[in-house]
Design a protein around this ligand. Structure first.
Ligand code: SF4
Ligand code: SF4
Length: 273
C-alpha cells in the first residue's frame, strides 16, 4: 500500500494559480462520495497560494509563492466521533456525513485550509483527489495541471519514487513546524537572508564586482561578487552572529559584525574608502 505525500519545490512555483483552478474544475459541482461533497464556487481554496514578498534592497524584491493545502493529521486530534479519518494510504479525509455541524475542525488545520460549506453544513478541505487515485490516477488534478512540475506527488514508502528522492536529501521542510507527521513538504521556503549594497565612497557609485565574504566563528562559509547595482545576498542562513567582509582592489576592506534575524537582515549601504 502506498503512503502518499507531496513535495512542492517553491523555486519553480510561478504563482500561476493553475493548481487552484484545476481543483475548482474537479470539485465544484461534483460530489465524490464517500470522500467529499461538492466544493462551493466561491470562498473555498482547498489549495491556496500565499505570496511572501521580501525586500532585499532598493533594486531587488522577491516574491515566493507558497501553495498550501490541508492534509493535516492535526485534524484527527479534535475529531472525537470518527468525522476525520486517515486512510491506509495516509490521506486524511473529513467524512462529509459524520462531520455535519463540526465547525471546530476549521481551527484544527495549521495551514488554515479547512473551509465551512454553509449549504452542506460541513467542513471541507483537500482530499488529495482520493477519488481519482482510487480509479487509477497516479496524481491529483492540481499536480497534473502544474506547468512547471514543481509539485511532486507519490508514494513516500517507495525508495525509487521521485518524492522519496526529493525527501531523502533533507532540504524539504513542512510549512508549519507544529504539524503532526506532515505529508506535504516544501523545498525553498523563505529562510533567513543577509543583503546589502556596496558603494564606492570616492565617486558615490555602486561597486560592481566587490568580493563579499560571510564568516561564522569557524571561518568563511560563503563568498560572492556584488552585481552591477552593488548588491549582494546570502540565503538559507541560520539565525545568529556572523561577520561580513567586503573587499575591492584599490579600497580598504570593510569588516562588520552582524546579527542575522529570522527574516531579512538588510545591512543597507556599505561604503568603501
Ligand atoms: S489534491 Fe485534489 S483536492 Fe487537493 S488541492 Fe489538489 S486538486 Fe484540490
Ligand atoms: S500550478 Fe504549479 S506553478 Fe502554478 S501556482 Fe500551482 S504550484 Fe505554483
Amino acid at each position: 500500500m502506498a503512503r502518499y505525500g507531496l513535495v512542492i519545490d517553491l523555486d519553480y512555483c510561478i504563482g500561476c494559480y493553475n493548481c487552484q483552478i484545476a481543483c475548482k474544475d474537479e470539485h465544484v459541482g461534483n460530489e465524490f462520495a464517500p470522500v467529499a461533497k461538492s466544493q462551493p464556487t466561491f470562498d473555498h481554496f482547498w489549495v491556496g497560494i500565499e505570496e511572501v514578498e521580501r525586500n532585499y534592497s532598493d533594486s531587488r524584491i522577491e516574491v515566493t509563492y507558497i501553495p498550501t493545502l490541508s492534509q493535516s493529521k492535526n485534524l484527527l486530534d479534535v475529531a472525537k466521533d470518527g468525522e476525520v479519518y486517515e486512510r491506509p494510504d495516509g490521506i486524511v479525509i473529513i467524512d462529509p456525513e459524520k462531520a455535519a455541524g463540526k465547525k471546530e475542525l476549521l481551527d484544527a488545520c495549521p495551514s488554515g485550509r479547512v473551509y465551512w460549506n454553509e449549504e452542506a453544513n460541513v467542513a471541507q478541505k483537500c482530499t488529495f483527489c482520493a477519488h481519482l487515485l482510487d480509479s487509477g490516477w497516479t496524481e491529483p488534478r492540481c499536480v497534473q495541471s502544474c506547468p512547471t512540475s514543481c509539485m511532486i506527488f507519490g508514494d513516500r514508502d517507495d525508495p525509487n519514487s521521485e518524492i522519496s528522492k526529493a525527501l531523502a536529501n533533507g532540504t524539504a521542510q513542512p510549512y508549519n513546524p507544529n504539524e503532526t507527521d506532515p505529508s506535504v513538504h516544501y523545498i525553498g521556503l523563505p529562510s533567513p537572508v543577509v543583503s546589502g549594497t556596496v558603494i564606492l565612497g570616492d565617486c558615490d557609485e555602486c561597486a560592481d564586482g566587490a568580493v563579499v565574504t560571510l564568516l561564522d566563528k569557524g571561518g568563511a562559509i560563503a563568498n560572492q561578487s556584488t552585481d552591477c547595482f552593488g548588491d549582494f545576498l546570502f540565503k538559507d542562513l541560520d539565525v545568529g552572529k556572523y561577520k561580513v567582509k567586503v573587499e575591492k582592489d584599490g579600497y580598504e576592506s570593510n569588516i562588520a559584525e552582524i546579527e542575522v534575524e529570522s527574516d531579512v537582515t538588510q545591512l543597507g549601504d556599505i561604503i568603501l574608502h
